[in-house]
Design a protein around this ligand. Structure first.
Ligand code: NAD
Length: 394
């Protein structure tokens, strides 16, 4: 299902909130854009209720001018600053079991408990956003994380394919397991909107996987500036963008939940650890990604946000390599890149011979490394090879 805030069926108009004189005056901390203001509150509410224990969604007052009976009701105009409102919530929320918080002048924050099945699973209902999850590594990682009890956001440029993956996961693991959202990770406004939509629909981000990436090979003579800049934008700049906007709700979560840690993980590559012949645009963008990982890790450690990279070997069974028309195996066969190769199988054997464990990397291999990064609490800023022994740290 596409991410969209829901509506509370049968909600009763709240009786305890009386309209006050001057209510319509501008409350300074509520900006013109109520959704943006609300995005600065939702992760705090979820964190105060135990992060993965609940999901929180926001509905503007104009769309739902009412709340259910057990809601906490606050008059937005009574608080001079957002911090004052958050301080009041941190007193009231842990003390009462409520299904919603209503803030006049803003709207309703609905609280939905995580299902018992998810709470008991390994990821315990963590909200996991995976970019580029409509196919390939991203799709496989999303499927493994859903099986481990995560709530998945399938974020991709390819909207129909993302929706298909989300629908599959909901059928397999229960409604509410997965949501799809369209994003172009190379576009700042699109990334900002993706994060806001996810936060307002689900309540925050516990695990952000920056996976979307592109490969355009070529030596110095054939590589155009346009292609070089395209690869750099999607593999390198986009990691900056998703970390910039994705870390905002994470900081709020860790501020209001002292036991909570969050993770940003970049799906890098073995080409981020060792140069790649006639593939420098890709390798350079991946090397740069590791510089960002180390720097973000140092900056965000005080906010208890871990930042790590996973550097997979080639996913030979995935579409990038195995697509019968556009895959790298068929391209390399046609281009005569592997001397003496007469079939796709010959090309496959040439590449698999380079791997001591004699197989390609799979989404299961990568997800095991992701789960390690999430579960351990004493490592940040690392780049972890998952290459069957092909790359070893020097
Ligand atoms: N396939 C491999 O052998 C391999 C090896 C090592 C690392 N990696 C890395 O793994 C990641 C995934 O690679 P893959 O092989 O699964 O790729 P893929 O081409 O199979 O899938 C990439 C996905 O990203 C999406 N995407 C592309 N541009 C986007 C954009 N601007 N905004 C949002 N989504 C976008 C695509 O629609 C697609 O669904 C990449 O970062 C890649 O560098 C891949």
């Amino acid at each position: 299902m596409p991410v969209e805030p829901g509506h509370a069926p049968g909600a009763a108009r709240h009786k305890g909130y009386t309209r006050m004189k001057g209510e319509n005056h501008l409350i300074s901390w509520i900006t013109q854009n109520k959704r943006t203001t609300a995005a600065g509150i939702v992760p705090a509410i979820r964190a105060l209720l135990g992060c993965a224990a609940v999901r929180v969604s926001f509905i503007e007052e104009e769309k739902l001018p009412a709340v259910s009976g057990d809601a906490i009701v606050l008059d937005g105009a009574a608080f001079a600053t957002l911090d004052a409102l958050l301080a009041e919530l941190s007193v009231q929320l842990p003390e009462r079991a409520v299904s919603a918080v209503f803030i006049s002048g803003l709207g309703t924050f609905r609280i939905n408990p995580t299902t018992p099945a998810k709470r008991q699973a390994r990821l315990a209902g963590r909200i996991c956003l995976v970019t580029g999850a409509a196919q390939g590594f991203g799709e496989g990682i999303a499927r493994e994380l859903a099986a481990a009890g995560g709530v998945l956001v399938i974020a991709d440029l390819n909207e129909p394919a993302a929706l298909q993956v989300a629908d599959d996961l909901n059928r397999e693991h229960g409604e509410g397991t997965a949501f799809s959202v369209r994003v172009d990770v190379g576009n700042e406004a699109s990334v900002q909107q993706m994060v806001e939509t996810v936060v307002l629909s689900l309540g925050g981000i516990d695990l952000l996987i920056s996976n979307a990436g592109v490969l355009r090979a070529g030596g110095l003579e054939e590589m155009s500036l346009e292609t070089f800049e395209f690869v750099t934008r999607i593999n390198y700049t986009a990691f900056f963008l998703v970390s910039k906007y994705g870390s905002v709700p994470m900081k709020l979560q860790t501020r209001f939940a002292p036991d909570c840690t969050t993770d940003i993980i970049q799906i890098n590559s073995k080409s981020g650890l060792e140069g790649s012949n006639r593939n420098f645009a890709y390798a350079g963008s991946k090397f740069g990604g590791i510089g960002l990982v180390q720097s973000f890790a140092k900056e965000l450690v005080a906010d208890r946000i871990k930042v790590n990279a996973i550097c997979p070997g080639n996913y030979y069974e995935g579409p990038l390599w195995s697509d019968p028309e556009k895959g790298l195996f068929i391209q390399y066969l046609k281009a005569g890149k592997v001397p003496g190769a007469k079939s796709v199988e010959d090309v496959y054997n040439f590449y698999v011979d380079k791997v001591p464990m004699r197989r390609g990397c799979s989404p299961v291999d990568v997800t095991r490394a992701i789960l390690y990064c999430v579960e351990q609490t004493y490592e940040t800023g690392q780049a972890m090879p998952v290459t069957g022994g092909q790359n070893m740290l020097k």
